[in-house]
Structures are given as C-alpha cells and as structure tokens.
Design a protein around this ligand. Sequence first.
Ligand code: CAA
Length: 240
Amino acid sequence: MARVAIVTGGTRGIGEAICQRLKRQGHTVVANFGGDEEKAKIFTNETGIPAYKWDVGDHQACLDGCERVEAEHGPIDIVINNAGITRDGTLHKMSFDDWNDVMRVNLGGCFNMAKATFPGMRERSWGRIVNIGSINGQAGQYGQVNYAAAKSGIHGFTKALAQEGAKFGVTVNAIAPGYIDTDMVAAVPEPVLQKIVAKIPVGRLGHAEEIARGVAFLTSDNGGFVTGSTMSINGGQHMY
Ligand code: CAA
C-alpha cells in the first residue's frame, strides 16, 4: 500500500538512494535536508521528490517541518532517520562542539523526528521507523567517540521505541551500514580508507542502493514481524 514517507538527509548519499527506492515502491516520498540547497534543487529536478530544509537536531524545527509535510502530503507513516554528520578526531583533539554537534544531529534527530511522527502512527495503528545506525556504533572506531556513541545510542533508542510501538502496529528497526561509497566515506584520508577496505571480507565499499534495499524490506507490509532489530549491511566487516 502506498504511504507517505520522509527520509532525513534525503538529498544525498544513502538518503538519496532510499528516497528513490521508496518512490519506486509506490510511496509518496519527501526528503528533508539540512545544508546544501544547490544539491537539493538538483535532486528535486532529477527525481521529482520535494525537499524540505530544516535541521533535524532542532526539536521545534522537526515538529514544524513534519506538520508542514503532513499538511501538504498527508499523514507520515514511514520515517527514515538517515541524517548524520561526522566530526572525526581523537578524543584529545575533539572539541565539545564536535561532540555535541554529532550527538545533537545523529541521535537527537531520531528523537525529534519520532516525537513529531510516532503519535500519529500510534493513532492510525500502522507505522515504520528505520534508523540508520552504523558499524562504528556496533564496533567503535578510532577517532569517532562522538559518532560511535551517537550511533550506538541509535541502536538502544531503536530497541526501546520498538517495545513501545509493537502493540500499535508500529515497527522500529535499525540498519547498521558498513563503509558505503558516499561523500562521507570519501572524506576519510585515502591511506586510512585503504586499510579499512582491506578489512572488508567482500573486498569493496558498499553501495547506497544496498542499504536502500534493506529499508524497502523493513518498511514493507512483509516486514511487519520484524521490530527492534538491527540489520547489518557491511560486507562482513563486523559480525555482530
Ligand atoms: N587503530 C589504532 N591506531 C590508529 C588507528 C586505528 N584504527 N588509526 C590511526 N591510528 C594511529 C596512527 O597510526 C597514528 O599513530 P602514530 O602517530 O603512532 O603514527 C595516530 O593514530 C594518528 O593517526 P592520524 O595520522 O590519522 O591522526 P590524525 O589526528 O591526523 O587523524 C583521525 C585521526 C581523524 C581519526 C584519522 O585517522 C581518520 O580520519 N580516521 C578514520 C576515521 C573513520 O573511519 N571515520 C569513518 C568516517 S565514515 C563513517 O563514519 C560512516 C560510517 O558509518 C561507517
């Protein structure tokens, strides 16, 4: 059945692939984005998917943004919390802002979007929330105490909210991508990235579409018995 779906950080990288996949499934898809307006315009021109700008780390902006999306497109039944940033650095070099920005956007964004949409899903007795975690939230990563903590938090958030949503037909799951060929991973210094890829048993970076396929399953009616789970899609890099 066609639903209204919102994908945060939906105009680039993994989010863009998720938007396109959900659209192909027949859903009405809306992308949220936080920064790059030029890229968002190109995205909308190419895909026909509307893009709404707000900072998912801003609680009120999420409430207002989702209200606007619902007024223009209808009740939001599917939320993909994909927006994420990195501020990598070892702890002794990491500033409080580096810590706080990542917690606010990556983990706070999940709470803010759920506050805006979960009550409606509960009332309508159907909903799908998929939170994009990370292999680095499962295994940790040198230079990422902020990101690993936020992503690990997403996995706990997912399991707790899944328990609250279960009796209302709302499933809440996470996907933990490994290293995917996006701008975020391209920003890792080349020699460091080479060492990481050497440790991926499948022998390559993942593709954004490979994450989108997981989202398609978890958001479908067929995924109704899957809740509180984390789907690892990482080429075998970490078996959890
Ligand atoms: N384990 C142990 N030691 C390590 C290490 C590791 N994984 N990585 C680096 N080091 C060591 C280096 O060997 C070096 O040691 P020496 O000084 O003894 O030679 C020391 O740490 C400093 O390394 P750098 O020169 O790289 O230090 P830096 O301060 O310039 O950079 C860093 C540190 C920012 C953490 C950099 O190493 C880096 O960017 N690492 C990659 C972090 C990463 O994987 N980020 C993932 C981004 S993508 C993403 O997050 C998406 C997702 O969900 C998967």
